[in-house]
Design a protein around this ligand. Structure first.
Ligand SMILES: *Cc1c(COP(=O)(O)O)cnc(C)c1O
Length: 347
């Protein structure tokens, strides 16, 4: 095993140069703490400008906190949140949303390709309305989804109309929001507030920061007292500028979008190479920066032995993630190793 390379996750990547540069700049002198600094003001204003609306913006350390605290602000402990059965809030947050809300339950819906359907939401809302059932109060959508697909603006608006009908707030887990914007080639407002999203958790971590997620309330009423919720949960950074300055680095000249476009393009290159490979099939349509493929087990073993790292999950398929730091040469090396295996090892 001569080298170690990865398609394991976009959070294996480092800090992108523009974010690193902004962090170095913020390190030049002392600044007020707890978000009272100029960087935090600039980053929040930059996000308001990006979304073209007067939203409320908060910064927290990670995605689990962003989702959990945002969802907790959307209802009471006796309410419930409807999400897809594959949603990160259900499968990978260790009960964080339920904990932050003092017990609000997640209700699991379904839909092809990791996407909740309006029908599934309506079914969960209407199947019980009695006092013994946790009252649905929010819908959580992941954009892009856990399986690398995206909700179109039309799909989002259809979900919003069901949400309106049943008085549900709409939360968006945007761990890969940037990749969704890049894939759909829309203005960020088109798949958020213009499509009825109340709160977006916009990830900087997977886009090229060390850490830091923006919790963006388009529905400003829901943001009431949110800063206290963050503080109580241990999510108010005292040296906030080290989260917000890198965000300024991402926002300037739309670096966030370039990073996402690059990651998506690498995944597309990977997808095209895999599609030509015998014995390999794709599990989901590739729309953003991840490819979900069924690779023969001996091929997986061969690749891992060559030093490639990637995860298997969601029904056992291999998930190959690209990030801002993935190179096209790296994709070529991976595909060359697969070609090598096909030539020498296939029976
Ligand atoms: C990575 C990710 C998160 C955030 O995870 P943290 O490890 O808590 O930062 C949230 N949602 C999805 C879909 C993710 O992939």
């Amino acid at each position: 095993m001569s080298r170690s390379e990865q398609f394991a996750s976009d959070n294996y990547s480092g800090i992108c140069p523009q974010a690193w540069g902004a962090m170095a700049e913020a390190n030049r002198m002392d600044e007020p703490a707890y978000g009272e600094d100029q960087w935090t003001t600039r980053a929040a204003d930059g996000l308001r400008e990006l979304f073209d609306t007067d939203c409320e913006v908060f910064f927290v350390f990670n995605g689990t906190a962003a989702n959990s605290l945002a969802l907790a602000s959307m209802g009471q402990s006796f309410h419930s949140v409807i999400c897809h059965e594959l949603a990160h809030i259900e499968t990978d947050e260790c009960g964080g949303p339920e904990y932050a809300s003092n017990g609000a339950k997640l209700l699991l819906g379904t839909g092809a390709d990791g996407k909740l359907t309006p029908q599934s939401i309506e079914h969960l809302v209407t199947k019980r309305t009695d006092i013994h059932y946790p009252k649905p109060r929010a819908v959580s959508l992941t954009q892009a989804t856990e399986v690398g697909t995206v909700y179109t603006p039309e799909e989002l608006r259809a979900i919003r109309s069901v949400a309106d009908q049943y008085r549900l707030n709409v939360h968006m887990d945007g761990a890969r929001f940037a990749n969704a914007v890049a894939a759909l080639d829309v203005h960020p407002s088109e798949i958020t507030w213009k499509a009825g999203v109340d709160v977006l958790c916009f990830s900087g971590t997977k886009n090229g920061l060390a850490m830091g997620e923006a919790v963006i309330f388009f529905n400003r009423d829901l943001a009431e007292d949110f800063e206290w919720r963050c503080k109580q949960a241990g999510q108010l950074a005292s040296k906030m500028r080290y989260i917000s300055a890198p965000w300024c680095g991402l926002l300037k000249d739309n670096v966030w979008l370039d990073n996402a476009r690059h990651a998506n393009a690498c995944a597309e290159q990977l997808e095209q190479g895999l599609a030509r490979s015998p014995g390999v099939s794709l599990r989901y349509p590739r729309q953003v920066n991840g490819v979900f493929a069924d690779l023969p087990e001996p091929l997986q073993a061969f690749l891992r032995n060559k030093g490639w790292r990637f995860y298997n999950f969601i029904g056992g398929c291999s998930r190959l993630m690209c990030s801002w730091s993935t190179s096209t040469e790296q994709v070529d090396r991976f595909l060359a190793d697969i070609d090598h295996w096909n030539r020498n090892h296939r029976g």
